[in-house]
Structures are given as C-alpha cells and as structure tokens.
Design a protein around this ligand. Structure first.
Ligand SMILES: CC(C)(COP(=O)(O)OP(=O)(O)OC[C@H]1O[C@@H](n2cnc3c(N)ncnc32)[C@H](O)[C@@H]1OP(=O)(O)O)[C@@H](O)C(=O)NCCC(=O)NCCS
Length: 227
C-alpha cells in the first residue's frame, strides 16, 4: 500500500517530520480538506474509523487463549489502549513500526497524512487497528483490515488482513493474538463472507490459531513492478 520511493536509508525508513513541500503533495493535501499546518495539529486526533466499533465487538469467545487474562479491545492490557489509527500517529511511531514488517522507504509526516486522508476518504474500507503504549505514547502493535466491495456472492464484502506487526521488544506478550482476534472478528461483524491474508511459510502456524487455513488448490500469484 505504500508508494515506492527512493531507496531507504540503513534503517529502511526516514522519520523526517518536516512536511514535504513539493507542490504536488501540498495540492493533494489541500484537496483532502485541510488548510495547512495549523489545521494539522487540530486534526491529529482524527481517527481512520470510529474506534467504538472495536469496543462493541463480541469478545466472549475469542480464538486465542490469553493465559487466563481477560484481554479484549476495551482492556488490552496494562498501560495499553486499542483504537483506530489516528492522523497524529506518525509522531507515535506507526510508520517506524511498519519498518519492522517490511521495507518502508522514505515516508515523511506529510506523506503519511496525505495517505491517511486518502484512506479515510474511502469510508467502510480501511480499518487500521493499533495498540498504543499510553505511558510512552508509542504505537506498539498494529493490524489492518481492508474491506473490499464485490459484485459476486450477492454483492458481498470480502476482508483482507494486512500489515500485522508488533514492536520487537513487545513480542510474545499476546499483542499479536489480540490484534488478529480483533481484526478477524471485525471482518465477520462487518459482514465479510470471507477474510484472507498472505504470510511467509514460517507464520502459517501463527495464523492457524485464529482459524485461517492454507487454501489448497488456490495459489497466490504476483507480478512485481518495483521493490
Ligand atoms: C507475528 C507477530 C505479529 C506475532 O506477534 P506477537 O505479539 O509476538 O504474538 P503473540 O505474543 O500474541 O502470540 C504468540 C503466539 O503465537 C505463537 N507463534 C508465534 N509465531 C509462531 C509461528 N511461526 N508458528 C506457530 N506459532 C507461532 C507463539 O507460540 C505464541 O503462542 P502461545 O501464546 O500459545 O505461546 C510478531 O512476531 C511480528 O510482528 N513479527 C514481525 C512482523 C511480521 O512478520 N508480521 C506478519 C506479517 S504476515
């Protein structure tokens, strides 16, 4: 989903907070309904979707066992908050976190906000769920559900899970399980007739625990135009 940019620095990511002042980028930004840097600071709390939908999920029977802890979107664990991605989450490290999943390249705060606005302008489509460490104001985990509108299957909805990642030093603490349970349950609750994801061989076991299966006979095909 991230547009290809110049090759990355060693970290695979530029976290520059300076707005990209290129005319094209500024024009895109204004077209998305904001009026400059002052509006930006006001808009930092804007959510990609209404977080309330997460708290209303029926978590009485999650796929995962949380070792006796009663984790759910409302109570994701001590010092944590689960919510929708916000326009200000570049500052809380969301793009840096994605760098632990894949090559991110150069993504400035301006580019992040333009992309956020573009996604938000497609209602009922992008559901990026994040876990925020409320003490350090840092995004420590994230997963995105994309809901595709189809004509087939009686004009059905189809879910795709993308960009699942937990901060390296927070792994093994059930955060990935909570994000996956939430994204999967959200897809079902929104009425998707199916939900799928792509993963490396070594993660098939991880995703099986949430009910995903390798779809024998069907193949994942790809044509890559750039890295
Ligand atoms: C995959 C990832 C999201 C898991 O997050 P996490 O917070 O460490 O996971 P959790 O602590 O919630 O769950 C770990 C559980 O899954 C199991 N698990 C983890 N990796 C597994 C694997 N490859 N195969 C089978 N089970 C696995 C663990 O044994 C553990 O089970 P347990 O709770 O019964 O002991 C995290 O490792 C990550 O961000 N990896 C890098 C990015 C990435 O590869 N994302 C997936 C893209 S498809």
């Amino acid at each position: 989903m991230t547009p290809a940019r110049a090759p990355a620095a060693e970290t695979g990511l530029s976290t520059s907070t300076e707005a990209d002042k290129s005319p094209a980028t500024t024009k895109n930004h204004l077209a998305n309904g904001s009026s400059g840097c002052c509006a930006d600071s006001v808009d930092n709390d804007v959510e990609l979707f209404d977080s309330k939908i997460l708290f209303d999920l029926d978590f009485s029977n999650p796929a995962s066992d949380y070792r006796g802890m009663d984790l759910c979107p409302k109570t994701p664990g001590k010092g944590l908050r689960m919510r929708a991605l916000r326009r200000g989450d570049f500052q809380r490290g969301y793009v840096g976190l994605l760098g632990q999943l894949a090559h991110v390249g150069e993504v400035t705060e301006r580019m992040y906000k333009d992309r956020f606005d573009g996604m938000r302008n497609c209602p009922n489509t992008y559901y990026t769920i994040v876990l925020e460490d409320e003490v350090h104001h840092k995004i420590v985990g994230a997963a995105t559900l994309v809901v595709e509108q189809k004509f087939i299957h009686s004009a059905a909805l189809r879910g795709r899970i993308e960009d699942v990642v937990v901060l390296e030093d927070r792994r093994g603490q059930d955060l990935g399980k909570l994000l996956m349970d939430t994204a999967t349950l959200l897809s079902k609750t929104l009425g998707c007739y199916k939900v799928s994801l792509e993963c490396k061989d070594k993660l098939v076991g991880f995703y099986r625990q949430f009910g995903y299966q390798v779809d024998l006979g069907n193949n994942y095909m790809i044509q890559r135009f750039r890295n």
